[in-house]
Design a protein around this ligand. Structure first.
Ligand SMILES: [Zn+2]
Length: 107
């Protein structure tokens, strides 16, 4: 049995992502770039996956490119910057870096 790369639960014999996280990933693709962060979280909850697992899923970083949360935050920030007329792009790496600094401060 392999483990799910997102939540660490057993993912069964097929693939590296468990059924719940597959559902969440599909929903992320549907919602990203279209809704606010609050609506995004609501949409994830509507999959019926429990909240704790959603949080674990959002913070997982299986490819080392930034967690799902960081990627979505980066996209939303980039969009917001464009709306406000600021050019540039926020990358998941940058969000991760900033969050790292904030986390350090709060310790
Ligand atoms: Zn999973």
């Amino acid at each position: 049995m392999s483990k799910c790369v997102y939540c660490g639960e057993r993912s069964g014999f097929f693939g590296r992502v468990c059924g719940d996280c597959k559902k969440l990933l599909a929903r992320v693709q549907q919602l990203r770039g279209k809704v606010s962060y609050g609506q995004f979280l609501d949409g994830l909850e509507q999959t019926g996956v429990n909240k704790e697992k959603i949080l674990i899923f959002l913070q997982a970083d299986p490819d080392g490119k930034g967690s799902v949360q960081d990627q979505v935050t980066a996209e939303m920030t980039t969009e917001l910057m464009n709306v406000m007329g600021i050019s540039g792009r926020q990358t998941p790496e940058e969000v991760k870096r900033i969050r790292g600094l904030v986390d350090k401060d709060s310790e």
